[in-house]
Design a protein around this ligand. Structure first.
Ligand SMILES: [Zn+2]
Length: 85
C-alpha cells in the first residue's frame, strides 16, 4: 500500500483520463455531478475509470450519484509539501 510522503496516510495512485497520476484517499464517497446550490461545499472525486467529477457529496442511494475517491491533495494535513514538489 503506497503512503503519503507528507503525512504517512495510506493512499492509492490512479491515472486520470488526462494521463496524470494523482494520489487518492482510500475512502470512497458518492457525488452528484453538477452545479451546487449556494453555500454547499463542492466535492471533487476521481472515479474508478479515471474521470474527475465535481458536485455535491450525497448518500450512496442517490440516483445518478457517481462513486469516487477524493484527491489526497485536498485532505492532506500537510498539503503544502505536495504543492512545493
Ligand atoms: Zn498526506
Amino acid at each position: 500500500m503506497p503512503r503519503c510522503r507528507a503525512c504517512d496516510a495510506a493512499i492509492a495512485w490512479r491515472q486520470t483520463t488526462s494521463g496524470k497520476r494523482i494520489p487518492l484517499d482510500l475512502e470512497t464517497l458518492w457525488v452528484l455531478p453538477g452545479e451546487l446550490p449556494d453555500g454547499e461545499k463542492r466535492c471533487v472525486v476521481v472515479t474508478g475509470d479515471g474521470r474527475t467529477v465535481w458536485g455535491a457529496q450525497v448518500s450512496a442511494d442517490t440516483p445518478a450519484a457517481v462513486r469516487g475517491q477524493v484527491s489526497h491533495w485536498a485532505t492532506c494535513p500537510d498539503a503544502s509539501r505536495w504543492r512545493s514538489r
